[in-house]
Design a protein around this ligand. Structure first.
Ligand SMILES: [Zn+2]
Length: 302
């Protein structure tokens, strides 16, 4: 099942990519030990880790929400044809993401709200598409919600020396949408509708956010890159190599996981393979997987 219903909100998983991200656990999660990967390998493989090739396995997926009659996308993946010389795995992708979105019943003009949980390369890509040499907003009728702290942090205009490659992301996937007047730059928190709210969850990046779904008695939290792998549930102090503020990222991860465990909240990260998310429970000063989310388990190539 790639669609579930939580209260009055439907949640659909739309895939862009699933497989190796060409990073070993030591490269992706330098704070974790070989021992903890070996100890958890039995349940981490194959959905989160490929032990034969010693590489981490991730999904790039968009969470499609339908709430109060509106169509909402949480994160927009890597995008097609983007020049990413410093991230070879995402360089000039050519996927059928818009076809997958269409098969979920959504045309680009149907999208009312786009949420970028933060402004990293794999969360803003489909904000725009290439048309005759120009980057054009993919979703012409959407309001794009972006955290102001990330907008300011990644904006090359706010730095003295542009960083070739890294600045591409802002320039091809953020700036065109902002120039078109389609962005709302928010701070602290932002109520989307009666069911959905954005909440600051800094650490991975200064503006990283989570999306809280509360509808009837159902609860979910879309945590973006607060976690990249299920190992971070059982080893919650482990950061990825992409976390800007390791201390803050740990505190945010523990806060959000603790709230989820205490309130029966389904945790739905941006990049989990397998079933896409999990219910968690406390396990001493750590956490454990209570149940996987009820989405279909993805397979490579899906
Ligand atoms: Zn990411």
């Amino acid at each position: 099942m790639n669609e579930i219903v939580l209260g009055d909100v439907s949640v659909t998983r739309v895939m862009e990519y699933y497989g190796s991200v060409r990073l070993s656990p030591r490269e992706f999660f330098p704070e974790s030990s070989d021992e903890v990967w070996r100890r958890n390998e039995g349940w981490m493989a194959p959905d989160f880790y490929d032990p034969d090739n010693d590489v981490c396995v991730c999904a790039i997926q968009t969470w499609l929400l339908r709430s109060e009659g509106r169509t909402i996308l949480v994160d927009t993946g890597v995008g097609n044809h983007k020049d990413r010389p410093h991230a070879p795995v995402w360089h000039h992708l050519d996927t059928d993401f818009l076809g997958n979105l269409s098969r979920a019943g959504v045309a680009p003009e149907d999208v009312d709200v786009v949420i970028n949980t933060h402004l990293h390369v794999d969360h803003v890509g489909w904000n725009t598409y290439l048309d005759d040499g120009n980057w054009i907003p993919t979703f012409p009728n959407a309001t794009y919600l972006m955290p102001l702290a990330d907008f300011d942090f990644w904006n090359p205009a706010n730095r003295g020396d542009p960083v070739p490659g890294r600045d591409n992301v802002f320039l091809d996937s953020v700036a065109p949408v902002h120039a078109g007047g389609q962005t709302v730059l928010w701070e602290e928190d932002f109520q989307i509708d009666a069911n959905l709210a954005l909440e600051a969850a800094p650490g991975h990046t200064p503006g990283s956010a989570v999306v809280r779904l509360r509808s009837g008695s159902d609860r979910a939290v879309f945590v973006g890159d607060m976690m990249h792998t299920a190992l971070q549930v059982v080893d919650p102090d482990t950061n990825s190599c992409y976390c800007e503020d390791p201390v803050q990222a740990r505190a945010t991860r523990r806060r959000v996981l603790g709230q989820a465990a205490d309130t029966n909240t389904l945790v739905i990260p941006a990049h989990f393979g397998g079933h896409g998310g999990a219910e968690v429970m406390r396990d001493g000063d750590r956490y454990a997987i209570k149940a996987w989310a009820p989405f279909d388990r993805v397979a490579e190539g899906s």
